[in-house]
Ligand binder design. Structure first.
Ligand code: GFB
Length: 323
């Protein structure tokens, strides 16, 4: 891609968007176009159209959205379905109207059925019931894939989709009411250590299995797919390796606070029992992850220690008029 290309990263303040901006910077794309929530409400089609007409992006990374872990998904389903459905639709439609050359849409591995065959191939989409704890979010994410495919079919738009597994890394959300499990555990072990408390509570039974990808690897994969992939099918992005939540908690504890002991609060939901992506297609295209999990956890904890004042530690629920 030409170094002067006009690249819009929608969602540049988030975990993924900020990593994509870093990766583009490393590749010489120093100033991608961005817009804060205050500047542009991505749920507002008229505002998004106006913004595209004024800024004329040629390439779009659509990685904006309302995201969160199992608790936030269960307790704020309206925000998760409305914000994401709207954002996907407005940006895809404006990208079509204003002649964007290529768009990459980022989904989530929760699009697959709760009891999908493991590892989960791309073809498992819509083959069974979704996981109830995140069904509204998953429906919005599936709609995003279908939007890209429909615009490809009807208008010949070059819109592609990538489905990442569970993510973590610098810039993550460490607020226990809305975070995903990995940053939540990091925060819990960190706080326990600071307070001299040896016991750390892990939600659920500890038996669910999850796969974790460092966000810098995801950003690299997104740039790779933007440059090399043209297909209609969404592409899974992961490591191809998973572990139990108990094993994850042990690993995070070893990095942050090895003296702590773990207890399980089984009154909390487990969510889907297993979510391991089949990454054969991505490997076939020539991409592989770099970070192994233990190394990524250590690197992320190091970032957390250096950035506690700016890390996201408490929930700010947006007012109804903001995205
Ligand atoms: O990461 P997480 O919130 O989301 O939870 P999902 C993964 C597993 O970790 C669940 C357990 O079994 C949780 O019960 N867990 C243990 C914890 N301790 C904690 C904790 O302190 N905090 C959290 N958050 N979990 C989300 C979906 O599913 O994953 C989204 O809700 C999205 O839609 C996202 O797909 C990637 O992996 O279950």
């Amino acid at each position: 891609m030409n170094k002067d290309a006009r690249i819009f990263v929608a969602g540049h303040r988030g975990l993924v968007g900020s990593a994509i901006v870093r990766r583009l910077g490393e590749l010489g794309h120093a100033n991608p176009i961005t817009a804060t929530r205050e500047q542009l409400d991505l749920r507002d089609q008229a505002a998004v159209n106006y913004w595209f007409r004024a800024n004329r992006p040629e390439y779009v990374y659509l990685v904006a959205g309302t995201v969160g872990g199992i608790l936030a998904n269960s307790t704020r389903p309206a925000e998760f379905i409305y914000d994401n459905l709207m954002i996907h639709a407005t940006v895809v439609h404006a990208a079509h109207l204003y002649g964007v050359r290529k768009l990459l849409y980022l989904g989530s591995s929760c699009i697959y059925p709760r009891l999908a065959h493991q590892p989960i191939e791309e073809g498992e989409l819509l083959s069974g019931q979704l996981e109830p704890t995140n069904e509204p979010y998953a429906i919005a994410k599936i709609a995003g894939i279908k939007l890209c495919q429909a615009y490809r079919t009807q208008y010949g738009s070059n819109f592609i989709s990538a489905m990442p597994t569970n993510l973590y890394g610098p810039g993550d959300n460490f607020d226990l009411t809305s975070s995903h499990v990995l940053p939540a555990l990091m925060r819990k072990f960190h706080d326990a250590k600071a307070q001299g408390d040896r016991s750390v509570v892990v939600w659920g039974s500890g038996t669910p299995r999850r796969e974790f990808l460092h966000v810098d690897d995801l950003a690299d994969a997104c740039v790779f797919l933007m440059e090399r992939y043209e297909g209609d099918t969404h592409i899974n992005v992961g490591t191809g390796v998973d572990l139990t939540i108990r094993e994850l908690a042990t690993m995070v504890g070893e990095v942050v606070y090895p003296e702590a002991t773990i207890t399980f609060d089984t009154s909390r939901p487990d969510g889907t029992p297993r979510k391991l992506l089949d990454v054969s297609r991505l490997h076939g295209l020539g991409w592989r992850h770099r970070y192994e999990l233990r190394e990524g956890i250590a690197q992320t904890y190091d970032w957390f220690l250096r950035h506690q004042s700016e890390a996201r530690m408490a929930t700010v629920v947006p007012a109804a008029s903001e995205a």
